[in-house]
Design a protein around this ligand. Structure first.
Ligand code: UDP
Length: 248
């Protein structure tokens, strides 16, 4: 297993997208469930006030550095990661491989119709992709048993959970003991992107590490969440100063 850097109490695996895919593929050849999360600066900042989220992230089998904030923090902490691993890119590449390998996939999350539309578009791109089930993410507590049974029956190799953070991390950690999947990933709003409902930033923004800024511009209702990024950086700087202080 690749080594990890701990960022404000959250482990981040120092992997590239290709390495993360290799690890996931090895799990697909065995038994599960293995949990994969994609913490970005906002999620790690939120984990500071949400102990359950922090614990869930700490118990994951793989956490990839999603976003420029985490890449920067790892560098400042003296344990750089190879590259930014956006959850959406990891998921897209995983779907391409799943189509080739014949892995069964279940999509769980998003508003009603989103998982189906994401599945339809993915199948148009990779006709051999085996989507064995879909379920929207706006369910009542008492419906959870039926959802778990539907996942059991479908017995997917890959369970894609897009309930947003922290819901997806808490849900997956709470049910890990009885999940039929070999690998389960928490992927935030990725199904919305795959269903064509939300556009990713143009490549110039991505290259410059400004995807978060584009999101703020295109979805102004997220500005409150955007404040978590400067908070995250301040907390990381605080941690570095505290470490220096204890070294002296
Ligand atoms: N969502 C859901 N159930 C909920 C709350 C949210 O399925 O109870 C979905 C929502 O429709 C969206 C995703 O979770 O598709 C969260 O998207 P967001 O962009 O907020 O993801 P994040 O930034 O948290 O990763």
């Amino acid at each position: 297993m690749a080594d990890r850097v701990w960022v404000l109490g959250v482990p981040v695996d120092r992997v590239s997208t290709a390495e993360a895919l290799g690890i996931i593929e090895s799990w697909l050849n065995g038994t599960g469930p293995h949990l994969v999360f994609t913490p970005n600066a906002e999620i790690i900042a939120r984990a500071q006030d949400n102990r359950d989220l922090k614990q869930a992230l700490a118990q994951a089998d793989l956490t990839v550095p999603d976003g420029i904030g985490v890449v920067l923090a790892a560098r400042l902490l003296g344990a750089p990661v190879p590259e930014r691993v956006p959850g959406i890119e990891l998921l897209e590449e995983l779907m391409a491989r799943a189509a080739q390998r014949g892995d069964k996939v279940f999509f769980f999350g998003g508003r009603p119709g989103i998982a189906e539309e994401a599945a339809r578009r993915l199948k148009a791109r990779w006709p051999s992709l085996r989507v064995v089930g879909t379920q929207h993410g706006y369910f009542q507590k008492e419906e959870e048993g039926a959802i778990l049974e539907a996942i059991d029956r479908a017995a997917p190799d890959i369970l894609v959970v897009a309930l947003g953070a922290p819901k997806q991390e808490l849900w997956l950690t709470a049910h890990r003991g009885r999940l039929a999947a070999k690998v389960a990933l928490g992927v935030g709003g990725s199904l919305d992107v795959m269903a064509g409902q939300v556009k990713r930033a143009p490549s110039a923004f991505r290259r410059l590490g400004l995807e978060w800024f584009y999101r703020l511009l295109s979805q102004p209702s997220r500005w409150r969440r955007g404040l978590q990024l400067p908070r995250f950086l301040l907390l990381v700087l605080g941690e570095i100063l505290a470490r220096r202080g204890t070294k002296r």
